[in-house]
Design a binder for this molecule. Structure first.
Ligand code: GAR
Length: 198
């Protein structure tokens, strides 16, 4: 069994999709949030999953928070660390510690629209397709070898919320599949590319 630790900051709908997928060979070892009010925590606890909160506001800076987060996560002996709406910029030390076993989902077709407010910015730019990306995490924000992407059309009457909902539906399909591919050992990192075998 591969141990999976999932980090969230809010409602955790991607975390729920991954838990519900019951990835073969994978075990959700813990769900950790940086906010006590993250809605996904109660959902996970109700299902008997270990949960923990590490409040970033209790730490003097990023380095101290990330060091404590590494210690907490490593207590669950993770084979894979999954960022699922974890809204913290991570230090190079954290990212390097979990090199090649730390993945993220971002609500845009990277490398377009890194950072926040992706759907507002996609509409402002007038793009005709939006989407989501699952990628291995490297020290540069919202960069790293891309594991999978899904595209959705942008409709003429879209609002940021309508577009976000269309993209989120794809996130819930894409992320469990990517986790399953990782756990099954189907992902081969080759420079900036990820090749999928089997
Ligand atoms: C998701 O749309 C995810 O792609 C995004 O936050 C949302 C979390 O929703 N992540 C980022 O913007 C990371 N930069 P969820 O808590 O319901 O999974």
């Amino acid at each position: 069994m591969k141990n999976i630790v999932i980090l969230i900051s809010g409602r955790g709908s991607n975390m729920q999709a991954i838990v519900d997928a019951q990835v073969p060979g994978g075990r959700i070892a813990a769900v950790i949030a940086n906010r006590a009010d993250a809605g996904g925590l109660a959902w996970a606890a109700e299902r008997g999953i270990a949960t923990a909160v590490l409040d970033h506001k209790q730490f003097a800076g990023r380095e101290a928070f990330d060091a404590a987060l590494v210690a907490l996560i490593d207590g669950y002996a993770p084979d894979l660390v999954v960022l699922a709406g974890f809204m913290r910029i991570l230090t190079a030390g954290f990212v390097n510690h979990y090199a090649n076993r730390l993945i993220n989902i971002h609500p845009s077709l990277l490398p377009s629209f890194t950072g926040l407010h992706t759907h507002e910015r996609a509409l402002a730019e007038g793009v005709k397709f939006a989407g989501c990306t699952v990628h291995f995490v490297t020290a540069e924000l919202d960069h790293g070898p891309i594991i999978a992407q899904a595209a959705v059309p942008v409709l003429d009457d879209d609002t940021p919320d309508a577009l976000a909902a269309r993209v989120l539906k794809e996130e819930h399909r894409l992320y469990p599949q990517a986790v399953a591919d990782f756990v099954a050992g189907r992902l081969l990192i080759d420079g900036n590319r990820v090749k999928r075998s089997g």
